[in-house]
Design a protein around this ligand. Structure first.
Ligand SMILES: [Zn+2]
Length: 318
C-alpha cells in the first residue's frame, strides 16, 4: 500500500540545477527536438545552450509536474542562427535581404546600369545573424536605396571629370582657333600635366586627323619633318613605358606622364631610353628616323589622354 503514495516522474536539471518534474519524458524529448528542428525561413540552425539531464525518480503523489513550464524555459534558452544576404558596394555591406536570388538579380541589374560610368564593385555576401528582423529590407527598398547611392556617386564622378576637362582645355581653347597667333605664352595643361618642350623643331608635314592615301583612318598624331638623327626631346617629365619596335610605329618611345596622359614618339632611328626609365622634360630620348610605316624622316608625335589621341597642336606646335 505504500507505493500508492508515490508516483514515477522524471526530474529535469540543467547544468546541475533542478528545474522540477515532468510526467512524460518521451513527449518532452520530442518537444525539444521540435524546438531544434522548427522550420523557419532563412534558418540555419537552432542550438540549446545546455541540454537537460533526466533522472527517473519516485516522488510523493502530491508533487506537481510542470512539463509545459520547463519546456518554455528551455525554449527561451535556445538560440537560432539565420542566414541573410547583404548587398555590398566596394566590400561594404549596404542592404540586408532574405532572398539570395533576389539579391543576385539586383546586383546584376545595378552592375549593368552603371557599367559605362562608375563601374561599381557590387556583390552579395552571406551574413549570419541571430536576429533575422534587424536591418532587413524589402527588395524594393534595397533597390531604391542602392540606386540613390550609386546615382550620387555617378554624379560626383561626372562633375569631377567635367572639372578636369574644363581645366585641361581652358588654356588651350584660346589657341585652337588661331594656330598662327603667338600672343599667348600660356602652356596648356592636360589633367594637370603640362607639355612644355617641343620634341623636335621642324616642318609640320601632316596634321592630326588628316586622311592620306597611306592610311584610311584619321591621323592619330602630328608629323614633324626633320633630318635623320635629329634629337627628340621628351615633351614633359614622366616614365618610359615602352621603348622598342612596334608595328607601324617602327622604333617608338612611349612615355606616361601620370593622370592618364601619355606621349608617343614614333619612326625613330635610334632610341636612347629604356622601359621603366624616368625622364625629365627636355631629356633627349631618341633620334628622328623613318622606321615602321613611314615614307621619310620625321617624328610622329602623339598626345594621349585616357586612351584617346588628342590633337598635339592644342598643346605644342601651335
Ligand atoms: Zn604620323
Amino acid at each position: 500500500m505504500i507505493l500508492i503514495k508515490y508516483k514515477l516522474v522524471c526530474e529535469i536539471s540543467v547544468a546541475g540545477e533542478s528545474l522540477g518534474y515532468i510526467s512524460d519524458k518521451e513527449k518532452f524529448e520530442q518537444s525539444i527536438e521540435g524546438i531544434i528542428n522548427k522550420q523557419e525561413e532563412n534558418k540555419l540552425y537552432t542550438t540549446i545552450a545546455q541540454m537537460p539531464e533526466y533522472k527517473v525518480t519516485f516522488v510523493n503523489k502530491i508533487e506537481t509536474t510542470k512539463d509545459e513550464e520547463i519546456l518554455a524555459k528551455i525554449e527561451e534558452s535556445s538560440e537560432t542562427t539565420y542566414k541573410l544576404y547583404a548587398v555590398t558596394i566596394d566590400g561594404k555591406q549596404k542592404e540586408l535581404l532574405t532572398n539570395l536570388e533576389e539579391a543576385e538579380n539586383l546586383v546584376k541589374s545595378l552592375t549593368q546600369k552603371y557599367a559605362k560610368t562608375i563601374k561599381p564593385k557590387i556583390g552579395v555576401t552571406q551574413v549570419l545573424t541571430t536576429d533575422n528582423q534587424k536591418g532587413v529590407t524589402t527588395i524594393k527598398t534595397a533597390k531604391a536605396n542602392l540606386t540613390k547611392q550609386l546615382d550620387a556617386k555617378e554624379k560626383a564622378v561626372k562633375a569631377k571629370e567635367e572639372e578636369a576637362t574644363r581645366n585641361s582645355y581652358t588654356s588651350s581653347s584660346s589657341n585652337t582657333s588661331s594656330s598662327t597667333s603667338k600672343t599667348t605664352t600660356k602652356v596648356a595643361s592636360l589633367n594637370g600635366v603640362t607639355l612644355s618642350v617641343t620634341p623636335v623643331s621642324g616642318v609640320i608635314t601632316s596634321r592630326f586627323g588628316n586622311r592620306e592615301s597611306i592610311r584610311s583612318y584619321g591621323h592619330t598624331g602630328l608629323d614633324i619633318g626633320a633630318p635623320k638623327g635629329t634629337k627628340i626631346k621628351a615633351a614633359a617629365s614622366g616614365t618610359v613605358i615602352f621603348a622598342g619596335t612596334s608595328g607601324g610605329y617602327g622604333k617608338v618611345v612611349k612615355i606616361s606622364h601620370g593622370s592618364g596622359i601619355k606621349t608617343y614618339y614614333a619612326h625613330c632611328s635610334k632610341l636612347y631610353v629604356k622601359e621603366g626609365q624616368k625622364v625629365n622634360a627636355g631629356d633627349v630620348i631618341a633620334a628622328v628616323g623613318s622606321t615602321g610605316n613611314s615614307t621619310g624622316n620625321h617624328l610622329h608625335f602623339e598626345v594621349i589622354k585616357n586612351g584617346v589621341e588628342l590633337n598635339p597642336q592644342n598643346y605644342l606646335y601651335k
